[in-house]
Design a protein around this ligand. Structure first.
Ligand code: RNT
Ligand code: ZN
Length: 417
């Protein structure tokens, strides 16, 4: 796209927004500070690099077999850097434990140490990419239906040990990057059919979490993630939303909101103001559920926009960590990263461009027709010209121009795999 045209459009947009009291320059600066935590697992359909890796389990699924998935750590790093080069701003990378640099050795989950992440730490430093982390309780012979909530003490302790080690690794990462590493803790524990031991499992999960969190790790933060159900675990989820919300509020952990983890008519956006009075910080897993927790690529849809708008309206921008969590194996995976990340940014940009102070005044004065008018009008304001300018200032392709680079990378790199 022609630079001159983008500049012209931006100048007009700037004036239009100034008319409603919004300073687009200030918003562009805020966008520069809006860091996504890009998940490593879109690049290879959540396989990871364990030598002894089994099939993906734990009630989640990546469908599709588009060619070119990353097969090893070098390919994954190259793909991530390629994607990041097409996304404006600076971001973080979110690693799962199974993506360690195991150097051809079978390292079991209860044996993992920071040494398996040293090359990640070095690489991340070189590329100025802070890391976040995740314990991994799926895709393992001991995963079964129950991990941290398993009545078998041996299996439960195996996962307690794994998760403790993951917190230790996260802490070392946080120290190395001088910026706390956010560790997400999600376990799939649940039942396919009726169960009469809900209380038992939940008490076990609580006991495991208590044990895991008993060790102080000052340079990391633990965020706990609930969900409604997983495939093959449809009837009962030990770590339900109520369970984790209560746990987080009582124990001072962060709480993860995954946009694919709620009942279809429930609004993830509405959780923000409901839990922030009780929980200091949130982690997001921005995703797109299609009929179930399908983890389609994030787009600029209403639920995503509403989620970011609620964060802005609650004045909570710096109390939230912005993780992504989608994994579509049916399309070019680098495009998936770029489309998902840029769409999330567009939602945030629109949220920041909303004249919420004005709208709030109308609402408090009982002028609800003004509220609706202004909210509707925002949808057609020239926010896209501001996003184009954001891309231009960050030296990344504007609009659909990034596709040419993805196609070239596909032809020269991913299709050769
Ligand atoms: C699963 C959770 C979880 C995973 C990742 C891979 O439903 O959303 O966050 O997607 O940990
Ligand atoms: Zn998630």
């Amino acid at each position: 796209m022609k630079e001159e045209l983008i500049k012209k459009a931006y100048e007009i947009a700037k004036e239009r927004y100034a008319e409603i009291g919004i300073d687009t320059e200030k918003v562009l600066n805020m966008m520069q500070d809006f860091h996504l935590s890009m998940h490593c697992w879109q690049a290879d359909d959540v396989k990871g690099f364990e030598v002894q890796a089994g099939d993906l389990s734990g009630g989640i699924q990546s469908t599709g077999n588009y060619p070119g998935a990353a097969r090893n750590i070098d390919e994954l790093r190259a793909d991530v850097l390629k994607a990041l080069s097409l996304i404006p701003g600076s971001h973080r990378l979110n690693l799962h434990e199974i993506y360690g640099d195991f150097k051809g050795k079978a390292v079991d989950r209860d044996e993992v140490t920071v040494e398996h992440f040293q090359s990640w730490i070095d690489w991340a430093k070189e590329n100025q990419l802070p890391l976040d982390f995740n314990s991994s309780s799926f895709s393992h012979p001991k995963s079964g239906n129950l991990t941290l909530a398993n009545p078998d003490e041996g299996i439960r302790q195996f996962w307690v040990e794994h998760t403790k080690r993951c917190r230790e690794i996260s802490n070392a990462i946080g120290q190395a990057q001088n910026d706390p590493c956010i560790m997400n803790l999600w376990v799939h524990d649940g039942c396919k059919d009726f169960s009469v031991n809900h209380a038992l499992y939940r008490n076990l999960l609580k006991a495991s979490l208590d044990e895991i969190l008993a060790v102080e790790q000052p340079m990391m933060k633990t965020s706990i993630e609930g969900k409604v159900f997983g495939i093959g675990l449809e009837s009962f989820t030990v770590g339900s939303h109520d369970f984790y919300t209560a746990y987080a509020a009582k124990n001072g952990t962060l709480l993860t909101i995954d946009t694919g983890h709620y009942h279809p008519t429930e609004s993830p956006a509405d959780k923000v103001s409901a839990v922030l009075p009780f929980v200091d910080e949130l982690m997001l897993h921005v995703s797109r559920p299609v009929r179930w927790d399908s983890d389609h690529v994030t787009i600029m849809d209403d639920p995503t926009y509403e989620l970011f708008a609620e964060i802005v309206r609650a004045n909570a921008l710096d109390r939230v960590h912005y993780g992504l969590d989608f994994f579509d194996g049916a399309i070019n995976r680098i495009a998936a990263y770029v489309i998902g990340s840029r769409s999330a940014q567009k939602c945030m940009l629109r949220a920041l461009l909303e004249p919420s102070a004005t709208i709030s005044q109308y609402e408090l004065a009982g002028k609800n027709h003004h509220v609706l008018t202004l909210l509707e009008e925002q949808k057609a304001m020239p926010w896209n010209a501001v996003y184009d300018e954001f891309c231009l200032r960050n030296n990344v392709p504007v609009g659909q121009d990034f596709m040419a680079e993805i196609d070239a990378y596909e032809n020269t790199v991913t299709l050769k795999r």
